[in-house]
Design a protein around this ligand. Structure first.
Ligand SMILES: *Cc1c(COP(=O)(O)O)cnc(C)c1O
Length: 533
């Protein structure tokens, strides 16, 4: 039976994975990404019955469409959702604010979680899911028999801290996050190293972010080490992260309806994009039936996605620079001098977008197969198409889609590319000419720049909701570039209380004197032993 509660891999066409499989495996064993076998449709009365729901209630209604109650009973799912969002500072979880009423320009604030960035919305939930599934598997087992999970990742900032805050204090899970010593922003370093839970370990590696990332890859490839410690990852391709992000599209849709007492309003969502996880959640919302005019993919100068929407060709370009966090670079790309450009919006500095493969599958399914074909044949064909494209990405650093696939992509999405100087300009413009002297972070500024362009060429008819992915205090460098010297601006005014004590808070961090896999293995095993004592 085809069900939205059962999953297949974008590369294999093999199916029947449970939600638990997708969460714990992350990546399918054929290298593909998990997608639901069918996109669920909304209950016929959703417009009325869902319109008054809280964020948590909406999450429950939406998640229930994708997770079978035989896997997670309703009461458990409700509890997991409550727990996940109890760590947020805003009662609405993701509040909607208006930047310019006269221009129908709105901002959806996704940064009210523990690390002040949008990744919390997903990772708070994913951390609880990990714990839930593990503790169920471990029920009644003695300490020695218990399944444990060792999550290892490398970070240059955002992902690592959101993962740490998602997994801190979780039963039977240890988390090791490698960062290049002295090379990440002081706020992000302090955010991570001030977490003192016993299961959290920060490794400050003398070396670069690339070194850290390489070591993590080597550890995953080390079959003996991997088998001994059951390595897990919390990267951006985990299906549960996409699922959790669908909620705020619905929540903000209803918030807008309410604010304007207008039930026929169809918003345009503008999304600062890196690995394509955030905007992909919007695509699922749209396919489920949420009225969305367009989803706007807003990139920084690492613009592989913008170039795709303009040309139909997805191609890695040569720019010298560091390798990105999160993205899965094509083999050998780095060796050939391909790298990402360092920009003012570092969380979007990617070479390729790891979640884009999921969209490609749907584009192939919709336009390279026909509705009169057998469903499993169609799925198989779409997967074959995806496999071809992924091989071409590896061997030729790119591929082109058919005109029909590009047309399909354009029917749901627009794209924009935003340069560093435009990021700075927009932060300044919104501060000096918004309804409330709003201070944007550089990532959110990428989206708002794209929205302002739309207004300049198309007017203010459509309501635009720009997703705001980080608190400005996390990226003080760009904010200062834009606002220093402007009358009335003082960075301390935007600094949240939570950041003020960070510098002097107690810290725990393990130094690793050399970027060396064997040395990291030693440290990990020593700390794991210590954790048991
Ligand atoms: C991760 C991140 C993004 C990019 O989101 P994707 O899902 O990777 O497209 C944008 N802004 C911030 C602040 C982020 O941390």
């Amino acid at each position: 039976m085809v069900s939205a509660q059962s999953y297949l891999s974008t590369r294999g066409g093999s199916s029947g994975f449970s939600f638990e499989d997708t969460v714990l495996k992350g990546l399918a064993s054929d290298g593909g990404l998990f997608i639901p076998e069918a996109i669920p449709s909304l209950p016929t009365d959703w417009q009325t019955t869902w319109s008054t729901k809280t964020f948590q209630e909406l999450a429950f209604s939406l998640f229930s469409l994708y997770i079978s109650p035989s896997e997670i009973p309703s009461e458990d799912l409700k509890r997991l959702i409550e727990k996940s969002y109890s760590t947020f500072r805003a009662p609405e979880i993701t509040p909607l604010t208006t930047l310019r009423k006269s221009e129908n320009l709105h901002l959806l604030e996704l940064f009210h979680g523990p690390t002040f960035a949008f990744k919390d919305v997903a990772l708070q939930f994913v951390g609880n899911l990990f714990e839930y599934f593990l503790s169920r598997r471990n029920e009644g087992k003695s300490a020695g028999e218990k399944e444990t999970l060792t999550v290892i990742g490398a970070t240059s900032g955002d992902t690592g801290s959101a993962a740490i805050y998602g997994l801190r204090g979780k039963e039977d899970i240890s988390v090791f996050i490698l960062h290049p010593k002295g090379k990440i922003s002081p706020i992000q370093e302090a955010q991570m190293t001030s977490v003192l839970d016993k299961n959290v370990h920060n490794l400050a590696v003398v070396g670069t972010f690339d070194n850290c990332q390489d070591i993590v890859k080597e550890l995953f490839a080390d079959t003996a080490f991997n088998a001994r410690h059951k390595l897990g990852a919390v990267n951006s391709i985990n299906w549960a992260r996409i699922l959790a992000q669908i909620v705020y599209y619905f929540h903000s849709y209803f918030a807008l309806q309410k604010a304007y007492s207008n039930k026929t309003l169809i918003p345009r969502f503008v999304v600062p994009t890196g690995n394509f996880g955030d905007v992909l959640a919007g695509y699922f919302a749209k396919r489920m039936g949420l009225p969305i005019e367009k989803l706007v993919v807003a990139t920084n100068e690492n613009d592989i996605l913008d170039r795709f929407w303009k040309s139909g060709t997805y191609e890695i370009h040569a720019v010298s620079g560091k390798e990105a966090e999160g993205g899965i670079p094509a083999d050998g790309a780095k060796a050939h001098g391909f790298g990402v450009k360092e920009t003012l919006s570092p969380a979007m500095d990617i070479l390729v977008s790891s979640n884009f493969e999921r969209l490609l599958w749907y584009l192939a399914f919709e336009r390279e197969t026909t509705a009169d074909q057998d469903l499993s044949e169609r799925q198989k064909k779409a997967s074959e198409k995806v496999k071809e494209m992924m091989v071409a990405l590896k061997t030729q650093r790119g591929f082109s889609v058919t005109p029909a696939m590009l047309e399909e992509a354009k029917s749901d999405f627009d794209s924009e590319r935003v340069s560093d100087s435009q990021i700075v300009e927009t932060i300044r413009e919104i501060y000096t000419a918004s309804d409330s002297k709003y201070v944007l972070d550089p990532h959110s500024s990428v989206g708002v720049t794209a929205a302002l362009r739309h207004i300049a060429s198309n007017g203010t008819q459509v309501h635009q909701v720009c997703l705001s992915t980080a608190h400005p205090a996390k990226f003080s460098h760009a904010v200062d570039l834009a606002l220093n010297g402007i009358d009335g601006y003082n960075f301390d005014d935007v600094l949240p209380d939570q950041f003020k004590g960070l510098a002097v808070a107690e810290k725990r961090v393990e130094d690793v004197a050399k970027a060396d896999k064997e040395l990291v293995k030693e440290v990990v095993e020593r700390l794991l032993e210590g954790g048991k004592a």
